[in-house]
Design a protein around this ligand. Structure first.
Ligand SMILES: [Cu+2]
Length: 271
Protein backbone atom coordinates (compact mmCIF):
# COMPACT_ATOMS: atom_id res chain seq x y z
CA UNK A 1 0.00 0.00 0.00
CA UNK A 2 2.79 2.35 0.99
CA UNK A 3 4.55 1.59 -2.25
CA UNK A 4 1.49 2.46 -4.32
CA UNK A 5 1.08 5.70 -2.41
CA UNK A 6 4.72 6.52 -3.04
CA UNK A 7 4.41 5.90 -6.77
CA UNK A 8 1.26 8.00 -6.81
CA UNK A 9 3.02 10.85 -5.02
CA UNK A 10 6.00 10.80 -7.39
CA UNK A 11 3.55 11.48 -10.19
CA UNK A 12 2.92 14.92 -8.76
CA UNK A 13 5.90 15.77 -6.62
CA UNK A 14 9.31 15.86 -8.22
CA UNK A 15 12.36 16.86 -6.29
CA UNK A 16 14.45 19.69 -7.65
CA UNK A 17 17.47 17.48 -8.14
CA UNK A 18 15.51 15.49 -10.67
CA UNK A 19 14.03 18.46 -12.46
CA UNK A 20 16.46 18.46 -15.38
CA UNK A 21 16.36 14.87 -16.49
CA UNK A 22 13.70 12.31 -17.37
CA UNK A 23 11.94 10.92 -14.29
CA UNK A 24 9.96 7.76 -13.61
CA UNK A 25 6.30 8.03 -14.54
CA UNK A 26 6.90 11.31 -16.31
CA UNK A 27 4.14 12.66 -18.48
CA UNK A 28 4.82 15.48 -20.90
CA UNK A 29 7.99 17.50 -21.27
CA UNK A 30 10.88 18.02 -18.91
CA UNK A 31 10.79 21.29 -17.00
CA UNK A 32 11.71 24.26 -19.16
CA UNK A 33 14.95 26.06 -18.31
CA UNK A 34 14.98 28.54 -21.19
CA UNK A 35 12.53 30.89 -22.85
CA UNK A 36 12.58 28.79 -26.01
CA UNK A 37 11.48 25.68 -24.15
CA UNK A 38 8.84 27.62 -22.24
CA UNK A 39 7.39 28.76 -25.60
CA UNK A 40 7.34 25.17 -26.83
CA UNK A 41 5.69 23.86 -23.66
CA UNK A 42 3.05 26.62 -23.69
CA UNK A 43 2.32 26.03 -27.35
CA UNK A 44 1.89 22.32 -26.72
CA UNK A 45 -0.04 22.51 -23.46
CA UNK A 46 -2.28 25.48 -24.16
CA UNK A 47 -3.01 25.16 -27.86
CA UNK A 48 -2.14 21.77 -29.35
CA UNK A 49 -3.38 19.60 -26.50
CA UNK A 50 -6.86 21.22 -26.26
CA UNK A 51 -7.28 21.02 -30.04
CA UNK A 52 -6.21 17.37 -30.13
CA UNK A 53 -8.51 16.47 -27.25
CA UNK A 54 -11.46 18.31 -28.83
CA UNK A 55 -10.94 16.57 -32.19
CA UNK A 56 -10.59 13.14 -30.56
CA UNK A 57 -13.73 13.59 -28.48
CA UNK A 58 -15.67 14.88 -31.51
CA UNK A 59 -14.61 11.95 -33.73
CA UNK A 60 -15.37 9.46 -30.96
CA UNK A 61 -18.83 11.03 -30.56
CA UNK A 62 -19.48 10.79 -34.34
CA UNK A 63 -18.46 7.13 -34.40
CA UNK A 64 -20.61 6.17 -31.43
CA UNK A 65 -23.54 8.20 -32.78
CA UNK A 66 -23.28 6.55 -36.22
CA UNK A 67 -23.01 3.07 -34.69
CA UNK A 68 -26.09 3.54 -32.54
CA UNK A 69 -28.30 5.72 -34.72
CA UNK A 70 -27.70 3.88 -38.01
CA UNK A 71 -27.42 0.29 -36.78
CA UNK A 72 -29.27 -2.27 -38.96
CA UNK A 73 -32.13 -2.80 -36.54
CA UNK A 74 -32.84 0.92 -36.06
CA UNK A 75 -32.28 1.87 -39.68
CA UNK A 76 -33.37 -1.07 -41.90
CA UNK A 77 -33.43 0.95 -45.15
CA UNK A 78 -30.08 2.73 -45.52
CA UNK A 79 -29.83 6.04 -47.34
CA UNK A 80 -28.41 5.91 -50.90
CA UNK A 81 -26.96 9.42 -50.75
CA UNK A 82 -23.34 9.68 -51.99
CA UNK A 83 -22.66 13.45 -51.97
CA UNK A 84 -23.46 16.41 -49.78
CA UNK A 85 -21.83 19.63 -50.92
CA UNK A 86 -22.32 21.52 -47.66
CA UNK A 87 -20.76 18.75 -45.53
CA UNK A 88 -17.87 18.30 -47.96
CA UNK A 89 -17.04 22.00 -47.96
CA UNK A 90 -17.17 22.07 -44.17
CA UNK A 91 -14.96 19.06 -43.59
CA UNK A 92 -12.36 20.60 -45.87
CA UNK A 93 -12.55 24.15 -44.60
CA UNK A 94 -12.64 23.49 -40.87
CA UNK A 95 -9.47 21.34 -40.78
CA UNK A 96 -7.72 24.00 -42.92
CA UNK A 97 -8.67 26.68 -40.43
CA UNK A 98 -7.49 24.53 -37.52
CA UNK A 99 -4.13 24.03 -39.27
CA UNK A 100 -3.76 27.76 -39.87
CA UNK A 101 -4.56 28.48 -36.22
CA UNK A 102 -1.78 26.06 -35.21
CA UNK A 103 0.70 27.18 -37.87
CA UNK A 104 0.86 30.85 -36.92
CA UNK A 105 2.25 30.46 -33.36
CA UNK A 106 4.27 27.45 -34.48
CA UNK A 107 6.17 29.43 -37.12
CA UNK A 108 6.65 32.30 -34.68
CA UNK A 109 8.44 29.99 -32.25
CA UNK A 110 10.40 28.35 -35.04
CA UNK A 111 11.73 31.67 -36.34
CA UNK A 112 12.52 32.88 -32.83
CA UNK A 113 14.69 29.81 -32.32
CA UNK A 114 16.28 30.17 -35.70
CA UNK A 115 17.47 33.76 -35.26
CA UNK A 116 20.56 33.52 -33.07
CA UNK A 117 20.97 36.63 -30.88
CA UNK A 118 24.40 38.12 -30.32
CA UNK A 119 26.30 35.35 -28.60
CA UNK A 120 28.05 35.86 -25.26
CA UNK A 121 29.94 32.63 -25.60
CA UNK A 122 30.36 30.14 -28.41
CA UNK A 123 30.89 26.43 -28.00
CA UNK A 124 31.32 23.73 -30.56
CA UNK A 125 29.92 20.25 -30.03
CA UNK A 126 31.44 17.51 -32.14
CA UNK A 127 29.82 14.09 -32.32
CA UNK A 128 32.05 11.03 -32.43
CA UNK A 129 31.26 7.32 -32.36
CA UNK A 130 30.40 7.30 -29.42
CA UNK A 131 31.09 10.36 -27.32
CA UNK A 132 30.98 14.13 -27.63
CA UNK A 133 33.87 16.52 -27.99
CA UNK A 134 33.51 20.14 -26.86
CA UNK A 135 35.51 23.07 -28.04
CA UNK A 136 35.50 26.66 -26.81
CA UNK A 137 36.97 28.29 -29.91
CA UNK A 138 37.61 31.66 -28.21
CA UNK A 139 39.33 30.10 -25.20
CA UNK A 140 41.48 27.48 -26.92
CA UNK A 141 39.81 24.71 -24.96
CA UNK A 142 38.99 21.24 -26.21
CA UNK A 143 37.91 18.20 -24.26
CA UNK A 144 36.11 14.92 -24.69
CA UNK A 145 33.01 13.95 -22.80
CA UNK A 146 32.40 10.26 -22.11
CA UNK A 147 29.53 8.59 -20.32
CA UNK A 148 30.33 7.26 -16.85
CA UNK A 149 29.89 3.49 -16.65
CA UNK A 150 27.19 2.30 -14.24
CA UNK A 151 29.73 0.68 -11.91
CA UNK A 152 31.67 3.95 -11.57
CA UNK A 153 28.68 6.19 -10.79
CA UNK A 154 28.82 8.33 -7.69
CA UNK A 155 25.78 9.25 -5.64
CA UNK A 156 23.31 11.53 -7.43
CA UNK A 157 24.82 10.78 -10.80
CA UNK A 158 22.09 9.49 -13.10
CA UNK A 159 22.77 6.25 -14.94
CA UNK A 160 23.35 6.57 -18.71
CA UNK A 161 23.28 10.38 -18.45
CA UNK A 162 26.26 11.47 -16.33
CA UNK A 163 29.53 12.16 -18.14
CA UNK A 164 33.14 12.61 -17.02
CA UNK A 165 33.70 16.09 -18.50
CA UNK A 166 30.52 18.10 -18.85
CA UNK A 167 29.95 21.25 -20.86
CA UNK A 168 30.06 24.27 -18.53
CA UNK A 169 28.25 27.51 -19.40
CA UNK A 170 27.27 30.65 -17.47
CA UNK A 171 23.67 31.32 -16.50
CA UNK A 172 21.60 33.99 -18.33
CA UNK A 173 24.07 34.26 -21.19
CA UNK A 174 23.38 33.57 -24.83
CA UNK A 175 25.32 30.45 -25.71
CA UNK A 176 25.77 29.77 -29.39
CA UNK A 177 26.31 26.10 -30.11
CA UNK A 178 27.97 25.02 -33.33
CA UNK A 179 27.25 21.39 -33.97
CA UNK A 180 29.10 19.02 -36.24
CA UNK A 181 30.21 15.39 -36.37
CA UNK A 182 33.39 13.60 -37.20
CA UNK A 183 32.16 10.24 -38.50
CA UNK A 184 28.41 9.66 -38.87
CA UNK A 185 25.23 11.60 -38.14
CA UNK A 186 24.56 12.40 -34.49
CA UNK A 187 22.24 14.98 -32.93
CA UNK A 188 22.86 17.30 -30.03
CA UNK A 189 19.66 17.51 -28.00
CA UNK A 190 18.83 19.07 -24.67
CA UNK A 191 15.15 18.90 -23.77
CA UNK A 192 15.18 21.48 -20.93
CA UNK A 193 16.57 24.13 -23.28
CA UNK A 194 14.37 23.16 -26.23
CA UNK A 195 17.43 22.47 -28.34
CA UNK A 196 17.93 19.72 -30.90
CA UNK A 197 20.15 19.88 -33.97
CA UNK A 198 21.65 17.27 -36.23
CA UNK A 199 25.41 16.85 -36.14
CA UNK A 200 26.42 16.30 -39.75
CA UNK A 201 29.98 15.39 -40.80
CA UNK A 202 31.49 18.12 -42.95
CA UNK A 203 29.00 20.80 -42.09
CA UNK A 204 28.19 23.01 -39.14
CA UNK A 205 24.71 23.51 -37.74
CA UNK A 206 24.06 26.33 -35.34
CA UNK A 207 21.65 26.78 -32.51
CA UNK A 208 21.52 28.70 -29.25
CA UNK A 209 20.13 28.69 -25.76
CA UNK A 210 20.01 30.94 -22.75
CA UNK A 211 19.76 28.92 -19.56
CA UNK A 212 17.76 30.73 -16.90
CA UNK A 213 18.57 28.54 -13.91
CA UNK A 214 21.79 27.24 -12.42
CA UNK A 215 21.91 23.46 -12.44
CA UNK A 216 22.87 20.34 -14.32
CA UNK A 217 20.92 19.44 -17.42
CA UNK A 218 20.94 16.20 -19.33
CA UNK A 219 20.31 15.28 -22.93
CA UNK A 220 21.15 12.45 -25.28
CA UNK A 221 22.38 11.89 -28.80
CA UNK A 222 19.18 11.91 -30.81
CA UNK A 223 20.16 10.48 -34.16
CA UNK A 224 20.73 6.75 -34.40
CA UNK A 225 24.49 6.63 -34.88
CA UNK A 226 25.58 3.09 -34.23
CA UNK A 227 25.86 0.41 -31.60
CA UNK A 228 26.58 2.76 -28.69
CA UNK A 229 24.12 5.47 -29.70
CA UNK A 230 22.39 5.18 -26.32
CA UNK A 231 25.65 5.66 -24.45
CA UNK A 232 26.80 9.12 -25.52
CA UNK A 233 24.77 11.43 -23.27
CA UNK A 234 25.06 15.19 -23.04
CA UNK A 235 25.55 16.93 -19.71
CA UNK A 236 25.50 20.70 -19.38
CA UNK A 237 26.34 22.38 -16.09
CA UNK A 238 24.97 25.90 -15.84
CA UNK A 239 26.90 27.98 -13.31
CA UNK A 240 27.13 31.61 -12.20
CA UNK A 241 29.40 33.99 -14.07
CA UNK A 242 32.05 33.89 -11.28
CA UNK A 243 32.05 30.10 -11.18
CA UNK A 244 32.35 30.06 -14.95
CA UNK A 245 35.39 32.34 -14.90
CA UNK A 246 36.96 30.13 -12.26
CA UNK A 247 36.25 27.02 -14.32
CA UNK A 248 37.73 28.72 -17.39
CA UNK A 249 41.03 29.35 -15.59
CA UNK A 250 41.31 25.66 -14.71
CA UNK A 251 40.02 24.43 -18.03
CA UNK A 252 42.49 26.52 -20.03
CA UNK A 253 45.28 24.55 -18.37
CA UNK A 254 43.61 21.15 -18.12
CA UNK A 255 41.98 21.16 -21.55
CA UNK A 256 44.38 23.34 -23.50
CA UNK A 257 43.92 22.55 -27.15
CA UNK A 258 47.09 21.21 -28.63
CA UNK A 259 48.31 23.22 -31.54
CA UNK A 260 48.40 20.76 -34.38
CA UNK A 261 50.93 20.80 -37.17
CA UNK A 262 48.74 22.68 -39.56
CA UNK A 263 48.19 25.51 -37.08
CA UNK A 264 51.89 25.64 -36.37
CA UNK A 265 52.59 25.85 -40.05
CA UNK A 266 50.17 28.74 -40.40
CA UNK A 267 51.81 30.51 -37.50
CA UNK A 268 55.23 30.08 -39.04
CA UNK A 269 53.94 31.29 -42.38
CA UNK A 270 52.63 34.45 -40.77
CA UNK A 271 56.02 35.30 -39.26
CU1 LIG B 1 25.41 9.72 -31.67
Amino acid sequence: MKKILYIFLTLFITSNALANQPIDWQLGFQKAASETMRDIVNFHDKLLLPIIIAISVFVLFLMVYACVRFRASANPVPSKRTHNVAVEVLWTLIPCLILIVMAVPSFKILYKQDAIPKADITVKAIGYQWYWGYEYPDENIFFESYMIETKDLKENEPRLLAVDNELVVPVNKVVKVMITANDVLHAWALPSFGVKRDAVPGRINETWFKAEKVGTYYGQCSELCGIKHAFMPIEVRVVTEEEYQEWLLDAKVKFAKEINEEDQFKKLARK
